[in-house]
Design a protein around this ligand. Structure first.
Ligand code: 4AD
Ligand code: MG
Length: 465
């Protein structure tokens, strides 16, 4: 018989008809007369209840039906007498696909810690929490593609292997086929890459932006959505060494339009979650973060604050004057640390903040320099609990200014003639941003640690699974 997925079975009105479902056993309980099997197949957070009449099934037959086992169940769909579900299945045929030894299966108990679940990341998708997170993750990806498609953007594929360090932070993972124990060196003692796979040094990308800009200079509006890599030794709940980034790049927009896009886009994604993932959000709201749904609703209904960096510093210094203690200083020119961002977002304004016009020396080389010569047109979005969720900017489109900035920073640009060409041939004003997909996931799920919103996290000293 054809399999019905459990999300459909639970909604079915074909009562007293035969039905066939498959899935993993969440629990089995019962008495002398009946056994109740809670079955989940991942299509929804909800289980379907299978009722086995012990006059038709022996204990021996049901013995392999333990938590974690995989079964196929055929039976009759009936209205449920019990509370909590509209329908259940009266079992007529049972097939056991795979047993799960109760002595050994690690997901027996409820309430396992997130830390422990990370050590069994190969099995944790079978928990309610990770099932919910992963279904929402899929939905966020669909929201992102739909948003851009509906707004006339083209999905542009930028390379993962590159020779350029977009953010200039020196956090790239090298890609080589060379024997690291037998390297060749030139007369200056530098590694000779001429016989390496690409004939030059290469690395995993930290951002698709530079190539994305090339796309925008031809297609007008593009976005990327792919993995990015940072060899950043940050052991925090908000950093991964491999994370997914969404990077739209748009010709002919200015700073205000860029901020409009950032705000509209995030709100669209959050609204999508509320419209499409309510079962999973309700679960997370109950068990992970009691304020989650309310916070999601409030974000789509508030206007984000737009705050120049200089004003932000004034607010922080005023707070310090009034007795607020920060661990790090906050003088003009300092990069804000997360305590500062959180103070502004969570305490001072109580809503998301788009911070603009940062000092040029704390931002990347490609940002458009303001008239004052001191600040650049960055537009980062800061979120409650998350901190920076988006990093964006208007790009410097003027060849001379960009070139001067590159020289001032002593960036080795000889290999980036192609990037400068966009400023030599048909240069256009343009802007874009990068949204950290897992940071968005943190916000939308209420999860506390970025390691728990991606199936297999990559962090310093950890590349298991
Ligand atoms: O602010 P970032 O470094 O900006 C860029 O890479 C630009 N090239 C983007 C652009 O304008 N096209 O990174 C963008 C976002 C951050 O705001 C943050 O959400 C996320 O990427 N991010 C990380 N997420 C997880 N782990 C890390 N190590 C991250 N580093 C950045
Ligand atoms: Mg940033």
């Amino acid at each position: 018989m054809k399999r019905t997925v459990i999300i459909d079975a639970l909604k079915s009105t074909a009562l007293n008809e035969p039905i066939h479902v498959c899935g993993w056993v969440r629990s089995r309980r019962g008495n002398k007369n009946v056994s109740f099997i809670a079955l989940n197949d991942g299509s929804t957070i909800k289980n379907i209840q299978i009722v086995a009449d012990l006059s038709k099934f022996s204990e021996e037959q049901l013995k392999p039906v333990t938590t974690g086992a995989c079964i196929g169940a055929t039976g009759i769909l009936v209205a449920s007498q019990g509370a909590g579900q509209a329908v259940e299945i009266q079992l007529t045929d049972l097939e056991v696909f795979g047993t799960a030894d109760p002595e050994k299966y690690p997901l027996q108990k409820k309430g396992l810690s997130m830390e422990y679940l990370r050590t069994i990341a190969h099995l944790r998708p079978r928990t309610n929490t990770f099932g919910a997170v992963l279904r929402i993750r899929h939905n966020m990806a669909m929201a992102i593609h739909t948003y851009f498609h509906e707004h006339g953007y083209f999905y542009f594929h930028t390379p993962l292997i590159t020779a350029s360090d977009c953010e200039g932070a020196g956090q790239m993972f090298q890609v080589t086929t060379k024997n690291l124990y037998n390297l060749k060196f030139d007369e200056n003692g530098q590694i000779d890459y001429s016989d390496d796979f690409f004939g030059r040094s290469a690395a995993l990308t930290v951002s698709g932006q530079l190539e994305g800009e090339l796309g925008a200079m031809a297609l007008g509006k593009i976005y990327t959505f792919g993995p990015t890599f940072r060899a950043e030794n940050s052991n925090t709940p908000r950093h991964l060494a491999e994370f997914w980034m969404i990077e739209p790049e748009v010709a002919f927009i200015d700073k205000d339009e860029l901020m409009d896009l950032e705000e509209d886009f995030i709100k669209y994604c959050v609204r999508w979650a509320l419209d499409n993932c309510m079962d999973d959000l309700e679960f997370l709201n109950q068990f992970i973060d009691k304020g989650l749904i309310e916070r999601l609703r409030s974000v789509i209904n508030t206007e984000f604050v737009r705050l120049p960096y200089t004003e932000g510093i004034n607010i922080l210094q005023e707070a310090v004057k009034n007795g607020k203690k920060f661990e790090f200083p906050c003088n003009w020119g300092d990069d804000l640390s997360s305590e500062h961002e959180r103070y502004l977002v969570e305490q001072h304004f109580g809503k998301p903040v788009i911070m603009t016009d940062y000092p040029r020396d704390i931002k990347a080389f490609y940002m458009k320099i303001n008239e004052d010569g001191k600040t650049v047109q960055g537009t980062d979005v800061l979120f409650p609990q998350i901190g920076e969720i988006i990093g964006g900017s208007v790009r410097e489109a003027d060849y001379d200014k960009l070139n001067a900035e590159i020289e001032r920073r002593q960036i080795p640009m000889k290999d980036m003639w192609w990037y400068l060409d966009t400023r030599r041939f048909g240069a256009a004003p343009h802007a874009g941003f990068g949204l950290g997909f897992e940071r968005l996931m943190l916000f939308v799920t209420g999860m506390q640690n970025i390691r728990d919103v991606i199936p297999f996290p990559r962090t310093p000293k950890n590349a298991e699974f």
